[in-house]
Write a protein that binds this ligand. Structure first.
Ligand code: FEC
Length: 311
């Protein structure tokens, strides 16, 4: 490829201030504003998390910068220019595509800051970028998943190792490791969506590397809609394993997320932690990837491989 290559880095997006929470929530709900009660509930979750109200924004900014630096270092012969495209906040995915075209980019690769493919998650990001790129005549190709990339597995395995070290008074085998990811509506199963299998493949690969057999998978952060969501939820899992198997030590490893944000800092660190206390469980969580160089290299590798494939 000649000239500059655009990289559209897509992430979930988060509000920038409390007065943007309503617009953000309305966007997630596809234009349906939340009730006052729902809005209050979400606002209080943001108010409760550590690291500022909206850590996802700064984390995404740092990941974008980190990936641009890594691509530049690993491929000095090429010029990669990174753009952000957010699913539910500005700059939206379409804004990122428009900016690339305005900057004279003609060839681009898109990648999502989530390792596992689902039609409802990554598929949705890709569709929006593809549609806008087609309208503007931009050539763009997409990385769809990277859930078994060796460097990603290494970064996650290191984290599991480190967090297991926090259980000083019991043997490793006594710690139940629960790999988690964002739940989705059960209807994805009928669509033969690869999401659950990819998540299990990542879990299995980490368990193999770390050498753990005492592990399982659990879903988290399911939405409040009438349709059923994939389960069991981690809250239910904690309750069951304490009562039925007398498990007292649990390590949660959120493999579906790559950054500190609401679903990690609230749903795990506050909500699951409170339940664990009540149940008498020592609960720890693996650190988020954020800008781990191994994660930046994972992204750099998959973007470059896609570019070579597209050439
Ligand atoms: O820190 C932040 O400000 C944002 C945290 C955040 C991340 C995230 C990631 C994923 N979501 C996924 C699926 C859904 C589906 C619905 C849904 C709803 C919400 C709501 C909030 C929210 N999500 Fe999210 N998600 C984050 C935050 N998510 C807030 C709305 C209130 C609530 O239900 O709690 C249901 C929407 C609908 O009704 O249609 C589905 C998936 C991911 C992981 C992949 C990715 O990052 O894209 C899948 C981070």
């Amino acid at each position: 490829a000649n000239g500059r290559i655009g990289v559209l880095i897509m992430s979930y997006g988060t509000p920038e201030s409390l007065d943007q929470v309503e617009a953000y929530y309305t966007h997630i709900r596809r234009g349906h504003p939340p009730t006052a009660e729902q809005l209050h509930e979400l606002t209080s979750r943001y108010e409760a998390i550590v690291g500022g109200f909206f850590p996802l924004r700064e984390n995404t900014n740092k990941q974008v910068k980190g990936l641009e630096e890594t691509l530049g270092r690993e491929h000095p012969e090429l010029e990669f220019v990174c753009y952000q495209g957010l699913k539910h906040a500005q700059p939206y995915i379409e804004d990122g595509v428009e900016l690339m075209v305005k900057d004279g980019i003609t060839e681009a690769i898109g990648v999502v800051l989530a390792p596992h493919y689902s039609t409802m998650s990554v598929g949705g990001y890709v569709k929006r970028a593809k549609d806008r790129a087609a309208e503007l005549g931009l050539k763009i190709d997409f990385v769809l998943s990277y859930h078994l990339h060796p460097k990603l597995l290494e970064a996650l395995s290191n984290r599991v190792e480190r967090a297991l070290g926090k259980f000083t008074d019991v043997s490793r085998d006594e710690v139940r490791v629960i790999f988690t990811a964002h739940s989705l509506p059960e209807k994805i199963l009928e669509m033969k969506d690869p999401y659950p299998d990819q998540l299990l493949a990542t879990s299995n690969a980490i368990a193999d590397r770390v050498g753990i057999t005492n592990w399982q998978f659990g879903w988290q952060s399911a939405g409040q809609t009438a349709a059923p969501w994939l389960g069991p939820d981690i809250l239910e899992v904690l309750d069951t394993i304490r009562k039925e198997e007398n498990v007292k030590n649990v390590l949660l490893c959120p493999i579906g997320f790559v950054s500190d944000h609401l679903e990690v800092l609230y749903d795990i660190d506050i909500e699951a932690q409170a339940l664990a206390k009540e149940l008498g469980i020592h609960l720890e969580r693996t650190e988020s990837l954020n800008t781990d160089p191994l994660y930046m290299e994972t992204l750099s590798d998959v973007v470059f491989e896609k570019l070579k494939g597209a050439a």
